[in-house]
Design a protein around this ligand. Structure first.
Ligand code: HMG
Ligand code: MG
Length: 300
């Protein structure tokens, strides 16, 4: 018998992770329509956008407009790696901030132009400031399993970074298989260890689906006691600085699996597919998730 939770929280990352890698600029209006449709599908937690350098990631240049035009229903995150982004987030009256750092030094340098230690040293006072201001802080841990430049990551290094963030006082850890290389055993082992070592931490799993193992990894993480998953409608996504990485695991496919297991998410698969249909014309590749295919064929 599998041990499964009754409820799972889906954190939608499509508007941020999903769109950041799109070369052709998606208009702010289209992004906002996508976000609204996802909220209408029952998504209560979402990464809306990011405050990063517009030179590095031009697609996120309209972050300020996205935030000011989105109702703060549930928990709406803005992602940022540094003090400058946090300053912008506070100016925009954001209530929930996600910071990000890679376990792998090489990846962190490519992604943020800093070593992992430099990022952490700079983030410590920034997180303290956010907590004093009453802001919810989520820390995204990239390359928790594998790095595109360094290969396999020692789980002890991932744990150490998570413990450091926990000591900084973050409210949540989102632990990521950035390039979609982990297998279910590795997923189970890492999340079991994190649950054991950080029992009071809100723990979320973030899987990219490069090798189509994300759903299996989610099932393994459920067994390890994880009940929060980052997913992206339409399976959109990928980090521009992680070569070979494709999209995140698709929201509609994960919710469908959880539905069939009797696990409540509050998210409506058909409405997620309707949101995907709205954004699909602006995406540079065909959308080919299992549930979206059924939806398009009128079989949902
Ligand atoms: P840098 O060039 O070292 O930055 O880049 P800098 O501090 O020297 O500043 C350069 C310019 O950027 C300045 O402007 C700053 O004001 C500006 P200028 O004077 O030239 O006009 N700047 C900013 N502007 C807006 N927001 C900011 C910000 N910071 C500086 N926050 C930097 C360093 C971090 C800025 C750059 O490397 C960067 O923007 N990187 C972002 C990379 C990124 O967005 N990656 C994708 C998200 S992470 C991800 O997808 C992984 C995740 O999904 C989990 C997983 O799957 O692994 C979360
Ligand atoms: Mg990601």
């Amino acid at each position: 018998m599998f041990i499964l939770p009754n409820n799972v929280t889906i954190i939608e990352v499509g508007p941020r992770d999903g769109l950041q890698n799109e070369k052709k600029y998606v208009d702010t209006e289209q992004k906002l329509a996508f976000i609204q449709a996802l909220q209408g599908a029952g998504i209560a937690e979402m990464e809306l956008t990011s405050f990063v350098s517009p030179k590095w990631v031009p697609q996120m240049a309209d972050a300020r407009d996205i935030i000011s035009s989105t109702p703060q229903v549930g928990r709406q995150f803005v992602l940022t790696p540094n003090a400058k982004g946090v300053e912008l987030a506070l100016e925009a009256d954001v209530q929930s901030v996600a910071v990000f750092v890679g376990v792998s030094n090489s990846f962190n340098k490519k992604n943020i132009n800093r070593s992992t230690d430099e990022s952490m040293e700079a983030l410590e006072p920034v997180i303290a400031h956010l907590k004093t201001a009453g802001i919810f802080v989520r820390a995204c841990i990239s390359t928790a399993f594998y790095c595109p430049y360094e290969g396999k990551i020692d789980p002890k290094d991932t744990l150490a970074l998570c413990q450091r963030f926990a000591a900084f006082g973050v409210d949540e850890l989102s632990v990521a298989d950035t390039i979609g290389m982990a297998n279910p055993q590795e997923s189970y082992n890492l999340f079991s260890m994190l649950k054991k070592e950080l029992p009071d931490m809100r723990l979320t799993a973030h899987f990219h689906d490069t090798r189509k193992m994300a759903i299996a990894n989610i099932f393994a993480a459920l067994q390890a006691g994880v009940d929060r998953f980052d997913t992206s409608a339409g399976g959109l996504g990928g980090c521009p600085f992680a070569p070979g990485a494709t999209g995140n695991v698709a929201t509609e496919d994960v919710v469908h699996m959880l539905d069939t297991l009797g696990i409540t998410t509050g998210v409506d698969v058909k409405k997620v597919c309707q949101a995907v249909q709205m954004i699909a014309p602006y995406i540079s590749r065909p959308i080919d998730t299992a549930m979206y295919r059924l939806f398009e064929n009128g079989q949902l």
